[in-house]
Design a protein around this ligand. Structure first.
Ligand SMILES: Cc1cc2nc3c(=O)[nH]c(=O)nc-3n(C[C@H](O)[C@H](O)[C@H](O)COP(=O)(O)O)c2cc1C
Length: 160
């Protein structure tokens, strides 16, 4: 197989397998437009807080500006509250072609709330969140995760 090749995520076909990783503070609309113009198969928003979306935070909504952007677009959401994740995934459903759940962020301000990679310490909750989001939206859902919380908790096989 060619290094660069088409891939499908759910029913979404990407022109190639190069995907811009989500980066908070970096992968805003202008940066995504540049990466798309250089040929990225898909680009991803910065992680967006599910709770902030649920509470209607205007600054958070601005992170979801995709004006003039070519599809496909991946929107990444984060959170550990099932209801907030359901509300947020419904909110981003019309904006995103693919919805990604963040289960990898190690930033203290994120994990202190049980979000991001902290979910890897609660497999049942992580699986429930993924299932609820999948059942809420009709778009493909992916999860970006680490192997585990630390060397003593390698859990990625359990989450497959
Ligand atoms: C500034 C910065 C912000 C990031 N923000 C996110 C994020 O919002 N969501 C996420 O899943 N990963 C985030 N990451 C992790 C990256 O997506 C990526 O997984 C990580 O940088 C490892 O890839 P690399 O080895 O190519 O750097 C961030 C990384 C950096 C450097």
């Amino acid at each position: 197989m060619e290094l660069l090749h088409k891939i499908k995520i759910g029913d979404v076909e990407l022109e190639n397998n190069i995907i811009l990783a989500p980066m908070a503070g970096i992968t805003d609309l202008p940066f995504r437009l540049i990466c798309k113009s250089f040929g990225a198969g898909a680009v991803c928003t910065e992680m967006v807080s599910a709770k902030a979306l649920m509470y209607g935070d205007e600054k958070t909504k601005l992170l979801l500006n995709t004006k003039g952007e070519k599809r496909p677009i991946i929107v990444q959401i984060f959170g550990s509250d099932i209801e907030a994740m359901k509300v947020a995934s419904k909110y981003v459903e019309d904006i995103a072609d693919i919805i990604d759940i963040n289960m990898g962020c190690p930033a203290p301000k994120v994990v202190k709330n049980g979000d991001g990679s902290k979910l890897l310490l609660d497999i049942d909750l992580a699986v429930s969140i993924a299932k609820e989001v999948v059942n809420t939206v009709s778009k493909p859902v992916t999860v970006k995760l680490r192997k585990g919380w630390d060397n003593k908790h390698i859990v990625y096989e359990e989450l497959r």
